[in-house]
Design a protein around this ligand. Structure first.
Ligand code: ZN
Length: 431
């Protein structure tokens, strides 16, 4: 390598970038060679163990079988021992098990990169990124397969942790700052799925059919301080996410477990922010009954505008008197005032009654003046931004059609990464 360097440096015009990439290639090739020797050395010196079959019988060695491994340093050949059971015929590669390369030709390091790249961007783009950043040549389909596999492992790890958190006593959660306000917020967002995932489902299309399935996304964050204008400020890096395409009952347990993991039991002030959908209320009643439940102010404004438009046409805005009543949280007077006149057509009247009922039903969760006085967040902006960044940016691109299984794997992966927990998962995975 030193000779190569001398030959390159002797040229007249320097080409720094070319030098860099040549050196990197040489370093990779050298490293792959050393890695290969390391593996062989380990195989020769590892203690011989008795290999047992699932059926309980002792397995016997059937010689070595080779496979080419793709590592972050390049291809490394590996010949590992194959064991077979004389009783039932099952086979095992014990060295693959020890090296964490069962049924795969990608090293753990490469799989981690593939999972991360595939969670960030479309698989074709991820393949280009890996080639460019890591010199790895892998097919988009392979990235898809590995990213989804790792995503399913993440989901498995998360659900095991969920189980532990739900079983554990409150003290097992991390310490919270005593003054911290503890927020839980969740919302839904549709992602495009394959036709088979929609059979028998009603949707929002004109003909009643559906094109999307709803991902439920939840987040937990804390707030201690206020900004310069005296508005509540979210603690930086305090937001963690959970999400899946699943029933609201299952999702309720998922978000509850996450809240407990984050310290729900220690929190003195717990606030749940939702958009007022019916299943939200059920989740709050089931899991967060002691919390202050706030219905997002901006959704409330949208409903108020809808009433104005039913009365005065599509350009209408809610009168200031109504908006003041909403900000004051005086929903009883607001409903009385806004309901004084009814639209002419029966259809509009029906829609109007529905809107008024939204306010009546959520009145207790709309005491905005009170919340503002206590410096609480009154908007669900954090989870809505989460729906865009965690879900939308990766799963709602044009031309995409997800399977529920594939989408849930990528959602688990993204929630894990964006909650800053991927390293924890990866370490726990090998133990
Ligand atoms: Zn057997």
């Amino acid at each position: 390598m030193r000779r190569l360097a001398a030959a390159l440096a002797a040229r007249q015009t320097p080409d720094f970038e070319a030098w860099e990439s040549l050196m990197l290639q040489a370093a990779r090739r050298g490293g792959a060679g050393v890695l290969g020797s390391l593996l062989t050395h380990w195989q020769q010196h590892a203690p011989r163990e008795v290999i047992l079959c699932q059926c309980g019988q002792r397995m016997s060695s059937r010689g070595r079988r080779g496979k080419g491994l793709l590592t972050t340093l390049g291809r490394v050949p590996l010949a590992r021992s194959f064991y077979q059971c004389g009783h039932c015929g099952r086979g095992r590669f014990p060295e693959d098990e020890r090296l964490d390369i069962i049924n795969t030709t990608y090293s753990p390091g490469v799989r981690r990169l593939m999972a991360r790249a595939g969670s960030q961007t479309q698989f074709e783009q991820a393949a280009e990124d890996l080639c460019c950043y890591a010199g790895l040549q892998v097919q988009p389909r392979e990235i898809e397969r590995v990213a989804e596999e790792v995503g399913r492992q993440v989901e498995h790890w998360l659900s095991e942790q969920q189980g532990q958190v739900l079983k554990s006593e409150p003290a097992a959660s991390p310490a919270l700052e005593p003054k911290a306000k503890f927020y839980v917020s969740f919302d839904g967002t549709g992602i495009p799925v394959r036709k088979v995932e929609l059979l028998g489902r009603r949707g929002k299309q004109a003909d009643g059919s559906a094109r999307t399935r709803e991902v439920k996304l939840g987040c937990v964050f804390t707030q201690v301080g206020l900004d310069k204008e005296g508005y509540p400020q979210r603690d930086p890096d305090s937001t963690t996410y959970v999400g899946a395409i699943e029933s609201s009952a299952l999702f309720g347990w998922r978000i509850y477990a996450e809240a407990r993991r984050r310290g729900l039991d220690q929190a003195k002030t717990v606030i749940v922010l939702t958009d007022g959908a019916r299943y939200n209320r059920t989740i709050v009643q089931t899991h967060f009954h002691d919390a202050v439940h706030i219905v997002d102010l901006f959704h409330a404004y949208e409903h108020l505008t809808a009433i104005a438009q039913l009365l005065w046409g599509p350009e209408a805005k809610a009168p200031k008197a109504w908006r003041d009543l909403l900000e004051a949280g005086d929903i009883r007077r607001l409903v009385r005032k806004a309901g004084q006149q009814l639209p002419a057509s029966a259809q509009s009247r029906k829609a109007m009654v529905k809107q008024l009922r939204y306010f009546e039903k959520n009145a207790l969760q709309m005491r905005y003046a009170e919340y503002r006085a206590q410096k609480f967040f009154v908007g669900s902006g954090v989870v809505e931004a989460g729906c865009r960044t965690v879900i939308g940016e990766r799963l709602k691109q044009s031309g995409m059609r997800w399977s529920v299984r594939g989408a849930n794997a990528i959602i688990a992966l993204r929630c894990c990464i964006l909650s800053g927990r991927f390293e924890d998962f990866w370490t726990a995975r090998t133990q």
